[in-house]
Design a protein around this ligand. Structure first.
Ligand code: AMP
Length: 424
C-alpha cells in the first residue's frame, strides 16, 4: 500500500512553488526596505517556551502542540508560531545590548499545529512574520501595520479589511477583566467547558470562542474601549493618527481579541473581503506584547509584531484573480540532429548556462518534430537548431519563437547573440 501524506500537510510542487518564492521575495524585499532583518530559529524548541510564551490557557498550548520527548528525556515542541522563538533568541543572544534599537526582525518558515484541517487551515503551514523589540512608540505600531498592508498591496491585493483594537495596558486590562468576569459569571453554565475554564484565567478569550459566539451575552459584553485609562487611550489615538497620516485605511473593532495570551495595547487583523475566499477570512494577525520578553527571562522590553501564512495569502491572491508575474519559460532550447551535432549540443548547452541563460535540450532522443514540441512545452523564447552540416560550416539557426523569425548565426557568436537579444 502506498504511504499517504500526513493530514493537514501538502506538497508544493514545481509550477506552484514559484508563486511561494515570488511572494516570499516581495515580502522580504519590503522588510529590508523597512529595515527589518531576517532571523532563522530552530523548528523545535523546549515545550516550556510556548507554555510560558504563548500561554497555557490557549488552544495552541492546550490542544494543538506537537510535543515529544527526545532521547535525552527533554520535552520539545514543533514550533506553533514564531514570536516566542524570536523573543527567546533576542534574550539568549542579548540583542537588547546592540546599539541599533529597536531590534527589527522578520522570519519565514513552517509552523505546526494539530488543528482540524480545512480550507485555509493546515497542520503544517508557513508563517511570515515580523517583530520590533525595544520601542514603545506608537509610530512603530503603525509602521508594523503598514508593512503588513504594504506587502499585500505590493502583491496586488485590493479587497482587504484592516481591523484594529486596543487591549490597553495592564491597568486597563485588569479593570476590563473584572467587568468581564462579573458579566459572564452569573450565566457561565450556559457556555462551553472551555469558556467555563477561561472565566477566571483569561475571560477576554471568551469573546474569541467559536462555539458560543451567538450567545446573547457576547454582544452585550463590556467593551475594552470603555476601560482604557488615559494613557492607553492616548496611545491608541496616536496609532490611529499615524495610520491615517500614512493613508492606511482601518476600522476599529472593540471585539477583536487575539488568540494568544501575551497581547496588550494594539491588536490588529487583516481580512480578505474577496468573494470565494472561504469561511476563514483572516489573512494576518498581530499586536503589541509588552511583557513577553520578561516572561521569557529577558529585561523589560516592549514588542510588537505580526504573522501571516503564505497559504492564506496565495488563496487570497487566487480569490482576487491576481496573476503573479512569474516567468517559467526557458530562454533557449537547443534542437539537434545528427550524432556530431547532438554531441556538440551538450557543450553548447553548458556554455549558454554558464553565460546566465536558462537553457534546455532533449535527452530522450526525440525526432526534430518532437524536440520542437518539447521546446513549446518549455515555453522557449529562442530555439537554436543545429545539424551535422551546420556544425561543419560553423553555423547555427536561431528562431525567435514569439515572432517566428529565423536567422543564421555563426556558432561561436550564438551565446553572445542570444544574450544581447535577451537584454542580458
Ligand atoms: P495566529 O498565530 O494564530 O495569530 O495566526 C496568524 C496567521 O497565521 C493567521 O492570520 C493565518 O494567516 C496564519 N495561520 C494560523 N494558523 C494557520 C493554519 N492552521 N493554517 C494556515 N495558516 C494559519
Amino acid at each position: 500500500m502506498s504511504i499517504q501524506i500526513p493530514r493537514g500537510t501538502q506538497d508544493i510542487l514545481p509550477g506552484e512553488v514559484e508563486k511561494w518564492q515570488y511572494v516570499e521575495e516581495v515580502a522580504k524585499t519590503l522588510c529590508y526596505n523597512y529595515q527589518y532583518k531576517e532571523i532563522r530559529t530552530p523548528i523545535f524548541e523546549a515545550s516550556e517556551l510556548f507554555t510560558r510564551g504563548v500561554g497555557d490557557t490557549t488552544d495552541i498550548v492546550q490542544k494543538e502542540m506537537y510535543m515529544f520527548e527526545d532521547r535525552g528525556g527533554r520535552s520539545l515542541a514543533l514550533r506553533p508560531e514564531g514570536t516566542a522563538s524570536v523573543v527567546r533568541s533576542f534574550v539568549g543572544n542579548k540583542m537588547f545590548g546592540h546599539p541599533n534599537q529597536p531590534t527589527k526582525l522578520f522570519y519565514s518558515g513552517p509552523m505546526f499545529r494539530y488543528e482540524r484541517p480545512q480550507a485555509g487551515r493546515y497542520r503544517q503551514f508557513v508563517q511570515f512574520g515580523v517583530e520590533a523589540l525595544g520601542s514603545e512608540d506608537p509610530a512603530i505600531d503603525a509602521e508594523v501595520i503598514s508593512l503588513a498592508m504594504g506587502i499585500y498591496k505590493k502583491l496586488g491585493l485590493t479587497q482587504l479589511k484592516l481591523v484594529i483594537n486596543s487591549l490597553g495596558d495592564a491597568g486597563s486590562r485588569n479593570a476590563h477583566r473584572e467587568a468581564l468576569i462579573n458579566h459572564f459569571k452569573p450565566r457561565i453554565d450556559e457556555f462551553c467547558g472551555d469558556c467555563q475554564n477561561r472565566l477566571e484565567k483569561n475571560p477576554l478569550r471568551i469573546l474569541d470562542c467559536k462555539k458560543d459566539r451567538d450567545h446573547e451575552l457576547m454582544s452585550t459584553a463590556p467593551s475594552i474601549l470603555d476601560y482604557l485609562n488615559d494613557e492607553s487611550k492616548q496611545y491608541f489615538e496616536k496609532v490611529q493618527k499615524h495610520l491615517s497620516g500614512m493613508d492606511v485605511e482601518f476600522t476599529v473593532d472593540p471585539t477583536l481579541v487575539r488568540g494568544l495570551d501575551y497581547y496588550n495595547h494594539t491588536a490588529f487583523e487583516i481580512m480578505s473581503d474577496a468573494e470565494g475566499f472561504g469561511a476563514i477570512t483572516t489573512l494576518c494577525g498581530g499586536g503589541r506584547y509588552n511583557g513577553l520578553v520578561e516572561m521569557i527571562g529577558g529585561p523589560e522590553t516592549p514588542g510588537i509584531g505580526f504573522a501571516f501564512s503564505i497559504e492564506r495569502l496565495l488563496s487570497a491572491l487566487e480569490a482576487e484573480g491576481v496573476e503573479l508575474p512569474i516567468e517559467q519559460g526557458v530562454e533557449c532550447f537547443i534542437v539537434s540532429l545528427g550524432d556530431d551535432a547532438k554531441d556538440y549540443a551538450v557543450k553548447l548547452l553548458h556554455n549558454l548556462r554558464a553565460a546566465g541563460i536558462s537553457s534546455e535540450k532533449d535527452y530522450l532522443d526525440r525526432k526534430v518534430k518532437g524536440q520542437f514540441k518539447a521546446a513549446d512545452r518549455y515555453e522557449a523564447k529562442y530555439v537554436a537548431v543545429i545539424g551535422d552540416n551546420e556544425l561543419q560550416e560553423n553555423k547555427i539557426n536561431l528562431k525567435d519563437m514569439a515572432t517566428g523569425e529565423q536567422e543564421e548565426v555563426s556558432l561561436d557568436q550564438l551565446v553572445d547573440n542570444v544574450k544581447s537579444k535577451l537584454g542580458k
